[in-house]
Design a protein. Structure first.
Length: 136
């Protein structure tokens, strides 16, 4: 997820051009050393999002706009209802934290980037996957 916010160079909210936008969000999965077969379009799209985050961070920083990415691991939600239990168990076995992530875990990371206290953080990525990416 990519979050952006506008503020002046002295840390104060600003109304100068461009106007202060609401945070903008897009998902970005953590990059892996190997991509599953037949997933080249997925890998290209996710890596493009990471590249855009870095480019936008550089381009928009002079306007006081920060751009960052949250890279979630597998977060079981309604759209994953058809994922077999054995697949979930296999995934969970690779998560050092020992539990599946929740939408609230992702929301906390997004909230950090959108908070005033993150006004000097730009072009960064937080991986929220319970440590799973540490073993890839």
């Amino acid at each position: 997820m990519t979050a952006s916010r506008s503020r002046s160079t002295d840390g104060q909210a600003t109304s100068r051009s461009p106007p202060s936008p609401a945070p903008s969000l897009a998902t970005a999965a953590p990059p892996r050393d190997s991509t599953p077969t037949s997933r080249s379009a997925y890998a290209a799209a996710k890596n493009a999002q990471l590249g855009l985050t870095l480019s936008w961070a550089r381009e928009l920083a002079p306007f006081g706009i920060t751009v960052n990415t949250v890279a979630p691991g597998f977060i079981p939600v309604e759209r994953h209802a058809a994922v077999p239990d054995e697949d979930r168990a296999a995934y969970l076995a690779t998560v050092p934290a020992g539990r599946m992530g929740t939408p609230a875990d992702i929301a906390c990371a997004v909230s950090f980037f959108a908070a005033e206290g993150a006004g000097f953080v730009t072009g960064q990525r937080i991986v929220v996957d319970g440590g799973r990416s540490l073993s890839s």
